[in-house]
Design a protein around this ligand. Sequence first.
Ligand code: NAP
Length: 280
Amino acid sequence: MERNDAWVTLPDGERIAKLGLGTWEMGERRSAREAEIAALREGIELGMTVVDTAEMYGDGATETLLGEALAGLREKVFLVSKVYPHNASRRGVVASCDASLARLKTDRLDLYLLHWPGTIPLEETVEGFELLLRAGKIRHWGVSNFDVDEMDALFAAGGTACAANQILYNVARRGPEFDLLPWMRARKMPAMAYSPIDHMRLPQGSVLDDIARARGVSSVSIALAWVLEQPGVCAIPKAGNIEHMRENRRALDIRLTDDERARIDARFKPPRSKRALEML
Ligand code: NAP
């Protein structure tokens, strides 16, 4: 298989980095603050420029930390944040976005996502996103944790401008390959794979370790390299220190062989039927 390049393309043709970074659980411990800011800045300098956060993380503390970490780097970054479903009314979306922008010390988000499907009518949420687009406060909008039926409902509610869907996807959770990823690829909509190393719950002693040992890299790198090879998928691993960040960046340079891919498929089987989208 030909290796994808280091980018994925949004429906409007804009390219974003295939390997970005996550921030969940950052900014919550004073003792970790310095290392987290250093890790984020290192990741961005290494080209992991899609930076994901949410108003939910640390009740805003994560966005505040990120605002500090982005000093002087904002223009390099494709900045993503998310609105809580219960805040996703027409006016609520705008208020949440304004609060996120203030914490992030920026005047715009590159992508604003509905964090997961909620009970507020999607028409309202889409209207709120459109207001923000017109005001120049966001450049794109999208969703997260939407399965195929929810994507259909979004499109039926007028949400065809959705730029991305952020989902739980990694070598051990391949359900989206059955129907969701094909649905999105048909519409040229990238998936943002969250928990791409499964929040460090990947099984020990598996084929990932064998391949990693033979290559002299870590099994985390192999798991990440596998996600990065999937077409139309970008990944946002979270790393809380510079060493982990550098190691994750190296995954972009790993090209799995056909034999390695087959061994991974034998252990982590692709889905043969519909599996409900999992959420962390
Ligand atoms: P993840 O990226 O799969 O795993 C993060 C864990 O892996 C952390 O414990 C981290 O520890 C560790 N780690 C990272 N690189 C490592 C390395 N090279 N070697 C060893 N350990 C390493 O899981 P995640 O944080 O759940 O997902 C990533 C991002 O996706 C989140 O931060 C968030 O931005 C987003 N997310 C979105 C949703 C959603 O509903 N939309 C849900 C979950 C996550 P250290 O911190 O010690 O490096």
